[in-house]
Design a protein around this ligand. Structure first.
Ligand code: ZN
Length: 262
């Protein structure tokens, strides 16, 4: 479920551990994670280089090396990173291992193999190739209202669509809609421009709060929906009963009282 705030934390972790060290070796234990890229091509592109800096875009971590190309990491549903020294400490489901000249390793972990490691010429080319919408954290209020207003369909599917806005996923969209008092299946045409402006503010508040709290849900405010994601749970706002609804095959959680039908 790594979504935008989780990517901020992953970027922070990467920057604190893996920058400015020569890469001695790259090992891939599951080629599937590379898509069309071959392990050999990845090793050729990375071995002998060093990671210099990183950029986050939506749910992607883009890593600049001390020469082209860039590396892109996407973390799917359960992906993470681990920096470690001893072989015994290698995490389970390590799919790609970068070994540094200082004897440490960086593991790219992806249990369900839904993540992706690939190469790209750079951030602009990557965003264009993938057809990504503006990053949810950098988009302006006017841009947001213009883009969303121009869409059809359900609110939740729209906000989760990375080609519309990049960075939000299942959990954060539910959280945003809960605080905004909107339902996942509300259609865009039921929202006026002022509703969309307020929705934008809620998106930013939820993301900012989560980022400040290190994207660790256990630390999120007590009145957040994330603590009650389950059919029949008590609503953290009003104590009512949380209901589960399906939107685009994904489970969404709503409080019928706090999120009245429009
Ligand atoms: Zn409620």
């Amino acid at each position: 479920m790594p979504e935008l705030p989780d990517l901020v934390a992953l970027k922070r972790y990467f920057d604190a551990t893996a920058l400015h060290q020569g890469v001695r070796q790259v090992s891939v234990s599951r080629e599937y994670i590379l898509g069309d890229l071959t392990p050999r091509r990845l090793a050729e592109a990375v071995t002998g280089r060093a990671f210099e800096s990183t950029t986050r875009y939506g749910k992607n971590l883009l890593i600049r090396q001390d020469g082209p190309p860039w590396i892109r990491m996407h973390f799917g549903m359960t992906g993470s990173l681990r920096y470690y020294k001893h072989g015994d400490d290698e995490p389970e489901y390590c799919r790609v291992r970068f070994s540094f000249e200082n004897g440490y390793h960086l593991a790219y972990v992806s249990q369900r193999l839904l993540g992706r490691v690939s190469l790209t010429p750079g951030p602009e080319a990557f965003v264009e190739e993938e057809g990504l919408g503006p990053d949810a954290r950098r988009i302006s209020r006017e841009e947001f209202t213009d883009i969303v207003q121009g869409r059809r369909g359900m609110l939740k599917s729209t906000l989760m669509n990375q080609h519309v806005i990049a960075g939000l996923g299942n959990v954060y969209v539910d959280e945003v809609l809960f605080h905004a008092g909107l339902r996942p299946r509300d259609t865009i045409d039921t929202l006026n421009r002022e509703d969309l402006r307020q929705l934008y503010e809620t998106v930013q508040e939820v993301l900012e709060t989560s980022i400040e709290l290190g994207s660790d849900a256990r630390d999120f405010p007590a009145d957040w929906l994330v603590h009650s994601r389950g059919e029949g749970e008590a609503c953290p706002g009003c104590g009512g009963t949380i209901e589960q609804v399906k939107v685009s095959q994904r489970s969404s959680y709503v409080c019928p009282r706090c999120q009245p039908r429009r």
